[in-house]
Design a protein around this ligand. Structure first.
Ligand code: TIU
Length: 223
């Protein structure tokens, strides 16, 4: 029989096959979580995101032990900025723009220290790392091919920020036919009201975009 994991979630519990399920960790990069990076350059209090690290680390550990496909994403651009839309670079009144030098290297540029995933969530060799130029993890990446090659039908999703890159990814994944479970405490936002509203939007209307669960529930379900 196919091994089945039963997960408590809202608006309803669900069952999934771990061989057909991926953990997708969105953009847990120093550029968003640490001072001196992209998030702070936009005027945000980056300390608000730290709360997601431990829950995400416990979820990551449980997913690895259960044999789930683990996928990491990073938002960022080529050093020559050829994949950065001018409108994205120009937006707002940031203290430093994408590509400008900062204490963790050039802001939001691949290969720079700030672009790295935080040490507590460092990818293992063999775990796909998806470098994406946008907010969603499908746009201009090979994520769809990786998921279909592994016959994945269900995604456990966490990371930052809840209403930006997590939401954009979950909305598109839902349209692409994936069942998405957002792990609430392993996500965070610079704007707490948007974190709460973002989670509420996922599970409203009978789960219009998917499900919402908690890291402790997912860890115990993955056993
Ligand atoms: N990863 C991600 O969410 N990128 C952002 O720019 N988020 C903000 O909230 N700004």
């Amino acid at each position: 029989a196919t091994p089945t994991v039963h997960l408590e979630a809202e608006p309803s519990a669900l069952a999934f096959d771990p061989a057909a399920t991926a953990l997708v960790i969105i953009d847990m990069q120093r550029d968003f979580l640490e001072p001196g990076g992209f998030g702070e350059s936009l005027g945000n209090d980056v300390s608000r995101l730290a709360a997601a690290i431990e829950p995400a680390a416990s979820l990551l550990d449980a997913a690895r032990r259960a044999g789930l496909l683990v996928i990491h994403t990073r938002e960022g651009h080529r050093p020559d900025l050829s994949d950065a839309p001018p409108a994205k670079i120009a937006r707002g009144a940031p203290s430093a723009r994408i590509g400008d030098p900062g204490p963790m290297g050039r802001i939001l540029i691949r290969g720079e220290p700030g672009h790295d995933i935080v040490p507590a969530l460092r990818p293992l060799p063999g775990e796909p790392v998806i470098d994406k130029p946008g907010k969603g993890a499908f746009y201009a990446t090979d994520l769809a091919g990786i998921l279909s090659a592994r016959r994945i039908d269900t995604l456990l999703v966490c990371g930052v920020t809840t209403e930006v890159c997590v939401h954009t990814t979950v909305r598109e994944a839902n349209d692409r036919g994936y069942r998405c479970v957002v792990i609430a405490d392993a996500c965070a936002s610079y704007i707490p009201a948007f974190h709460e509203a973002g989670l509420a939007m996922i599970k409203a209307q009978g789960g219009i975009f998917g499900w919402v669960s908690q890291s402790a529930q997912a860890v115990s379900a993955l056993g």
